[in-house]
Design a protein around this ligand. Structure first.
Ligand SMILES: Cc1cc2nc3c(=O)[nH]c(=O)nc-3n(C[C@H](O)[C@H](O)[C@H](O)COP(=O)(O)OP(=O)(O)OC[C@H]3O[C@@H](n4cnc5c(N)ncnc54)[C@H](O)[C@@H]3O)c2cc1C
Ligand code: SF4
Length: 597
């Protein structure tokens, strides 16, 4: 058994008198990868993280059974997780006027808000305004990677060259061949489990041992083959065989805890940025970290117009500081990065740094979700229990629409995430009629027989979907908040209708009885896959960054998170965020050494 090693100590007393080679804003997937690559290249790096360093194992408590928790995982009185109805009926700021002391996003309501109450932001301190949007934020060392869902997928040229394929939007300035070596490096360095399928639209990774499919999932996989579709074991950003080069992580024990709660793995088999990237980077001796440091402006040299550092406020003391650096790397996540660029106004950059195109905040895209189906595998009714959820995920059905075919109602596609079999709590108990011994028998007999899946579809990148700064609203530190101007369109609605039809068709073809369908789209933002607010491109008039995520306007400014994505694809973005960041930071280090920045 590998014992997880104690992380290196962090100190708030960082030397701000010196000029670092690079300052990174944010410590999630993007910022963590930048720290890894730049420190490996020998650069002297300061990382600013707005959140705290949490004793994360004590927060996640992966081995705790529900009945060992005094409130079955719920947060203490005074905490509230926003519900679908609140997001639907109201507009942001959602916590305004709430009688609860603390308000969290809906993710807090997923089977255990006590485990994420210190990871998710308190909406009272972090308001935003504008159109409806379920914005999930994690302010802690590692950001959202502490609790992410682990589905780790590659994009393909159907995504990078989407316009060439169907005429919509813009192609990316890179193709799959450019990023493939970096996907490989991410796979090897962080570990990923899955099965090779040889699909052109969902390239394979360098997989470690896959998770097993349950009986119902195998049944569906076999049936889908006849339809020319694929069901593959969840491609989890989890090391199932272990990583000899990383002493902070352990291989997956298959306890399923990450899938039962809002995510998180306290032995770090599932990737998270601190143990996967940041602690190893600290061990190089080239990384300094300052937590509780909220960046609010990229500072500019008035003579050259180049970035000269970052202004930040300490979240605890509220004191202001400046960090000086030769290169600035923004990786605060798609929306926070756009906010920071827009906040960084100067005579040289009056619309915000890197925003001469006016595209910062625009072309905002993500995934639409909500529609799905639930089926009953009759052969499994009354069968003895099996440990079906002792794994970090169920299955994935990759996109099958608009590849060779052309759908009449919509462009692009969607995939399904799902799982079948027994789970820690028999969800069917809520819908089973009756009481007493017969009720218990009915619940037990059916508990392992259900299979469910929900679609994740590409939201088209549109200039008119954007965020800007609210001229009046401010967060708890007096920093202007984001204002959303963002809505799903007709393409997303048509795609969602198709998800229900296709989901039903697939279960029925497998002889699985459809016992439930979800038809409604969830609120904008629900997928937690926000992308595109500082997109890459070859034309500085219509894009913010070049193919190396380098600002067209300011050559020593890089934005290495999902804000750079040109389109959303329907595949989950985190593995792509890290592969791109690796590629860009390698380029950055090369240019730095040549004196070109
Ligand atoms: C519950 C959940 C499930 C998910 N499931 C999946 C999945 O299955 N597959 C997938 O690919 N993705 C998934 N995601 C999304 C995934 O977590 C993100 O894509 C990924 O974390 C993005 O990395 P990032 O570095 O851009 O942002 P983050 O991980 O959010 O990190 C950004 C960091 O920047 C910090 N920061 C923000 N503003 C500032 C500032 N002004 N100054 C200093 N620091 C700042 C934040 O505190 C944070 O630590 C999921 C997310 C959640 C929450
Ligand atoms: S199933 Fe694996 S990745 Fe998930 S919590 Fe357990 S050990 Fe961690």
């Amino acid at each position: 058994m590998t014992l997880v090693k104690t992380p290196p100590p962090l100190s708030q007393d960082v030397d701000l008198s010196k000029t670092y080679d690079a300052v990174i804003v944010g410590s999630g997937a993007a910022g963590g990868m930048a720290a890894h690559v730049l420190t490996e290249q020998g650069m002297d790096v300061l990382l600013l993280e707005a959140g705290k360093k949490l004793p994360i194992e004590q927060e996640l408590r992966s081995m705790q059974w529900p009945y060992d928790h005094p409130r079955r995982g719920d947060a203490p009185p005074g905490y509230h997780s926003l519900s679908f109805n609140e997001y639907t009926i109201r507009t942001p700021p959602y916590a305004k006027g709430s009688t609860f002391k603390h308000v969290m996003s809906y993710v807090g309501g997923w089977g255990g808000s006590d485990y994420v109450k210190n990871i998710l932001v308190d909406e009272k301190d972090h308001p935003y305004t504008g159109t409806k949007y379920a914005w999930v934020r994690a302010r802690a060392l590692g950001g959202k990677t502490n609790i992410w869902g682990r589905l780790a997928l590659r994009l393909s040229d159907y995504d990078f060259k989407g316009k060439t394929h169907d005429g919509y939007g813009d192609d990316w300035p890179i193709s799959y061949a450019d990023i493939e070596p970096y996907y490989d490096r991410v796979d090897r360095y962080l570990g990923i489990s899955g099965v090779k399928e040889n699909l052109p639209h969902l390239p394979d990774s360098l997989f470690q041992r896959p998770n097993k499919l349950s009986f119902g999932e195998v049944k569906l996989r076999e049936s889908l083959k006849k339809m020319g579709r694929v069901l593959t074991p969840y491609r989890a950003g989890v090391t199932t065989d272990g990583l000899k080069h990383n002493k902070y992580r352990s291989k997956c024990y298959g306890r399923g805890a990450c899938d039962r709660r809002p995510g998180g793995c306290d032995i770090h088999a599932a990737f998270d940025s601190p143990t996967g990237l940041i602690y190893p980077a600290m061990d190089t001796g080239h990384l300094t970290i300052r937590t509780n440091s909220i960046a609010h402006e990229v500072l500019v040299d008035p003579n050259s117009g180049k970035a000269r550092g970052v202004a930040f406020v300490d979240s605890g003391t509220r004191k202001s500081y400046e960090a000086k650096a030769k290169v600035v790397i923004v990786g605060a996540s798609t929306l926070e990065s756009a906010r920071l660029l827009l906040l960084s106004r100067s005579p040289q950059h009056p619309n915000g740094i890197g925003n001469s195109s006016g595209h910062v905040g625009h072309n905002f895209c993500e995934h639409v979700m909500g529609p799905g189906v639930t089926g009953l595998v009759k052969d499994l009714v009354g069968k003895p229990p099996t440990l079906d959820d002792g794994r970090p995920g169920g299955f994935y059905i990759p996109r099958f629409r608009n590849l060779k075919d052309r759908q009449p109602g919509f462009v692009r596609g969607y995939g399904f995430e799902g799982s079948g079999g027994f789970s820690i709590f028999p969800g069917n108990a809520f819908g089973t009629p009756g009481f007493g011994a017969q009720f218990k028998k009915d619940v037990r007999d059916h508990a392992g027989a259900f299979i469910g899946m929900g679609g994740f579809g590409e939201v088209l990148s549109r200039y008119e979907n954007y965020v800007d700064l609210d001229p009046d609203a401010k967060d708890a530190w007096g920093i202007p908040t984001l204002r959303f101007h963002y809505q799903f369109g007709d393409n997303e609605k048509k795609m969602c209708e198709d998800m229900v039809v296709a989901g039903r068709e697939m279960l029925e073809a497998a002889g699985i009885e459809v016992v439930g369908t979800d038809e409604k789209m969830l609120t904008e933002g629900w997928s937690i896959h926000e992308l595109g607010t500082a997109r890459m491109g070859s034309d500085p008039k219509t894009s913010v960054l070049n193919q190396f995520q380098q600002s067209h306007d300011v050559k020593n400014l890089f934005v290495v998170d999902g804000s750079s994505h040109v389109s959303a694809s329907c595949q989950n973005p985190t593995w792509t965020i890290m592969a791109l960041a690796w590629r860009s930071c390698e380029y950055l280090a090369g240019e730095f050494k040549k004196g070109n920045l």
